[in-house]
Design a protein around this ligand. Sequence first.
Ligand SMILES: [Zn+2]
Length: 372
Amino acid sequence: MKEDYYEILGVSKDASVAEIKKAYRKKALKYHPDKNPGDAKAEDMFKKSAEAYEVLGNQEKRAKYDRFGHQAFEGGGFGGGGGMNMDDIFSQFGDIFGGGFGGGFSGFGGGFGGGQRRAKGSNLRIRVSLNLEEIANGCEKKIKVKRKVQASGTTYKTCSTCNGTGQVTRVTNTILGRMQTASPCTTCGGSGQMIDKKPEGSDAQGLVMQEETVSIKIPAGVEDGMQLKVSGKGNDAPGNGIPGDLLVAIEEKEHPSLQREGDNLHYDLYISYSEAALGTSREIDTVTGKVRIKIEEGVQSGKILRLRGKGISSINGYGKGDLLVHVNVWTPKTLSREQKDFFERMAEDENFQPNPEKSDKSFFEKVKDMFS
Ligand SMILES: [Zn+2]
């Protein structure tokens, strides 16, 4: 069982924002790694408090936590189990201590903020427009992307400001007394390296713009507005940094005859009076090409024919949706004299009197069926 966030901070469930902030500030100072070097228990408490504050200090997250407990944050995002790293924690501090306290910190385990940081290149964003066939079956798109790459011939030297450590240590006076804090070196951005020589035409970071064809695998079942990530295909970072990501926003093109609803597709089929009475066969669009379907004689307007598995593959990989064909019997809007005579004669005919059987479900019953 995970500990209760309120208990960790030692506040009541109805504590105000100010009380929560104050409580966290106290805990953070008490368990700050600079004050408790090598104390694993303190480190643990420091992280737990930060995690608790991350949730309780945010109105939206707190409301979720109050309703669902720790489950609210499981599987995704931070907090599934001490998911905050030290950088996250220190980025909170600006909020709590009003700046001047943030940045990294020194001499703590070496595994967290200490030492060099690898700079990360910026992310790139593109939109990819897909038709329904591509979405239904998944596809691979080759897209030309302009990204910044390291110019060949760029050489690096050790940063003279931080001597390659990536950090600048300073002593500050805080409410705790003198504390040694370290922050990333601003000269080299924390990488510990500076550009020595770079070729002409490259920017201050030794990067040049280059067009590249990136192959993007689109899984079946994506939806308009979804975002895919292609790792490492954003802009390069200078030096030993890691490249950013390419973020791909999915756009769904409208299909001329198929409408999507989740994994199901809908198709409106219009047939004539005669076809409804005599039966017919018609070719309809599907995401895997045209398909001929049979319409039985005596079909009722509003009937829905379900073509199983002719919909969209589920994005989770669980099966496929269906294609629902809605049969609409088209009523002529104008009639010739002869046609009028015909219908007038048929008006009294017994065969033309509505006589729904149990199998001719009403429209509403069909809709109910479809969603059950
Ligand atoms: Zn530096």
